[in-house]
Design a protein around this ligand. Structure first.
Ligand SMILES: [Zn+2]
Length: 379
């Protein structure tokens, strides 16, 4: 904790600008208490962590709020608090909200009477807890903003790259009208690291544009990353196609079920080979994340399905989509239905009437770029 109540009943906040020597002196003159449980707390001024308060023994309070607060968490919380102060905003550190029994790292009130709870998340939080706490804020007109600790130092290179986001990080992905992005913070670098314009590839893998922003450059509301330009999207597309090629090579060697392998069967029935696969099979769509496997697998299967059912390519009714999903062993949900529908629209837009048709890469990129920027599927 960075906040305690003094024996004179004053709120005491530890800040980064005060030298340790001064804090040591204050420690001799005052006693401190936990703002929540009112139990005495220790003012720790050591060489490892930054000065902070800590309960004398493990108690309920620690379990509920601090959860073994790390150095990174203390430091980040303090830096963000000081950022909001420098932006002249009304900010409270570790304020306890009795009506929901929660203590956000920071509570920020803007001039427009909006209240934000800022959580700098360094430890793992379960999905249930994350949703529960977010709901607690939202039910009380407080907008939660979760900022996870930047995952790995190697991402500090700005630019377009592939990254891996585990389930923990994926839950903090935010949405704007034109993109999905993740804001992270690195207290030792004093930098925000943005993973913007996220494009799902497969499993945990994404293509993203990495951007860093120094703490003292940040504003509030937080900087929003710009949408991808067409030129950048071409780079995304190239990265995606390279990944697809690698995947196909791997897939050829590790066929899962031999002749029952739906993907290989689809290619065979469509008279395609892995090397003669048209560019429009295995394309990045936002909804791909909800489907099973790599996009190239279900998209090839859909062509095979349309051939089997004698449908006009791309003109497929909802009933057929449901049938396809079941046949391909993919969950039937609003998102998967919308994703297949989206792919059908793409086929129509590109005037594909036969799987052997060819489409110019430039034309394909144009259509995919428009779809990439259009918010869909509620993701
Ligand atoms: Zn306490």
């Amino acid at each position: 904790m960075l906040v305690a109540i003094t024996d004179q009943n004053e709120r005491f906040v530890i800040c980064s600008s005060t030298p340790k020597a001064i804090y040591k002196k204050i420690r001799e003159e005052r006693t401190f208490f936990c703002p929540q449980c009112k139990q005495p707390v220790q003012f720790k001024i050591g060489s490892v962590k930054i000065p902070h308060f800590s309960h004398l023994s493990n108690n309920d309070c620690d379990l509920r709020f601090s959860e073994g607060e790390s150095e990174a968490h203390l430091l980040g919380k303090q830096q963000l608090y000081e950022l909001f102060q420098s932006l002249q905003l009304n900010v409270e550190l570790e304020s306890y909200l009795p009506f929901i029994k929660q203590r956000p790292d920071l509570l920020v009130k803007t001039s427009k009477d909006n209240t934000f709870a800022i959580e700098f998340q360094c430890s793992t939080i379960s999905k249930e807890k994350y949703l529960y706490r977010s709901k607690g804020y939202l039910d009380n007109n407080i907008i939660p903003i979760w900022i996870p600790y930047t995952p790995e130092v190697k991402y500090f290179e700005s630019g377009i790259t592939k990254i891996s986001l585990n389930e923990q990080l994926r839950q903090f992905i935010q949405t704007t009208k034109t993109q999905l992005f993740l804001i992270t913070y690195h207290p030792y670098k004093k930098q925000f690291v943005y993973f913007s314009n996220l494009l799902h590839v497969k499993d945990n893998r994404y293509i993203t544009r990495v951007q860093t922003l120094d703490l003292n450059q940040q504003l509030f509301p937080f900087y929003l990353p710009k949408k991808l330009t067409k030129l950048e999207f071409k780079q995304y597309f190239k990265t995606y196609v390279d990944t697809k090629k690698q995947f196909l090579k791997y897939r050829l060697h590790f066929s899962r079920k031999g002749v029952n392998d739906l993907f290989l069967r689809s290619l065979y029935e469509l008279r395609l080979t892995l090397s003669s696969l048209p560019n429009f099979i295995g394309v990045p769509l936002r909804g791909n994340e909800s489907m099973k496997g790599f996009a190239v697998e279900w998209q090839a299967a859909l062509f095979y399905f349309m051939q089997l059912s004698g449908s006009v390519y791309g003109s497929i009714e909802k009933q057929d989509i449901l049938h396809f999903l079941k046949w391909a062993g993919i969950d039937q949900s609003d998102r998967t239905i919308a994703t297949v529908h989206e792919y059908c629209n793409l086929i129509k837009k590109l005037s594909i009437h036969h799987v052997q048709d060819s489409v110019d890469d430039g034309q394909l990129i144009d259509v995919l770029y428009d779809q990439f920027l259009a918010l869909n599927n509620g993701n």
